[in-house]
Design a binder for this molecule. Structure first.
Ligand SMILES: [Zn+2]
Ligand SMILES: [Zn+2]
Length: 256
């Protein structure tokens, strides 16, 4: 499987996944034009995409999904709750496919499994994508790592893991109190320390690669997120690859 995080953070999210002729996006939170540009930066033509998976209705995940769905005429998978909440983005011509939480469904040469997450959206999910040999899991936009989430991340060969904020930067930063509370609540986002702890537990079970994602531009820095993760991994860090996804450019294409 080939994977690149095209964009990550509150200004827009999109992840590219490919296996053979199956080329998917997980979320399309940038304009169609910007997604086309990011794909071309990793050598992929937009028109080759054949599916879009949508995690939840927040603008940074669905901003470009209506335009792309109409342009590509490809299926778009989401929960019914996400569809209802994002309904104004669709015009009725899109090929929407409803997914059940926790059900596995085939997407070309890949299979995907959606699992529920704790986030302030209608019916948000994350995905595990599998090609029969390897698994890639997405774990962003979550206020906490529930036992279900941890179970779904187990066995993944690569985890795209939210590392949204540094607790001190958030609490001492410029955000108003209600926003600080929202972000740090169990329906908000994960702190660097939460992410580090989760990755350390997964590393014990054999995980070897994490892409830190959805970093706040106000309340975090890539070097702090990485250092917190390395500290958490402690003795296991020598054989563990950490990458950090950025808002403004794609990661390299990882072969998983
Ligand atoms: Zn988000
Ligand atoms: Zn969100």
């Amino acid at each position: 499987m080939q994977v690149s995080v095209l964009a990550s953070g509150s200004t827009g999210n999109a992840i590219y996944v490919q296996k053979g002729a199956t080329r998917l996006l997980i979320d399309a939170g940038l304009s169609g034009k910007e997604i086309t540009k990011r794909l071309s930066e990793i050598g992929v033509e937009l028109k080759k995409l054949n599916g879009i998976l949508v995690s939840h209705e927040h603008h940074d995940h669905v901003g470009g999904v209506g335009v792309l769905a109409r342009k590509l005429r490809c299926p778009v998978w989401m929960t019914r709750g996400t569809f209802e909440a994002a309904r104004r983005r669709f015009k009725g011509r899109e090929r929407i496919r409803f997914i059940e939480n926790d059900a596995t469904f085939a997407v070309g040469d890949l299979s995907a499994r959606a699992f529920s997450i704790s986030h302030d959206a209608a019916d948000p999910v994350n995905f595990v994508i599998e090609d029969g040999e390897t698994q890639v899991a997405v774990a962003t936009d979550m206020g906490k790592v529930t036992p279900l989430v941890f179970e779904r991340l187990q066995g993944a060969d690569m985890v795209i893991m939210e590392s949204n904020y540094d607790r001190d930067l958030l609490m001492n930063g410029p955000y108003p109190w209600h926003l600080k509370q929202r972000i740090s609540s169990t329906h908000g986002h994960l702190a660097n320390s939460d992410s580090a702890e989760t990755l350390a537990r997964l590393a014990e079970q054999g995980l070897r690669h994490a892409v830190l994602a959805h970093l706040s531009q106000e309340n975090n820095r890539p070097d702090i997120a990485r250092a917190t993760c390395e500290r958490g991994l402690n003795g296991k860090r020598r054989h563990f690859q950490i990458d950090v996804a950025a808002p403004d450019r794609p990661t390299p294409v990882f072969v998983v």
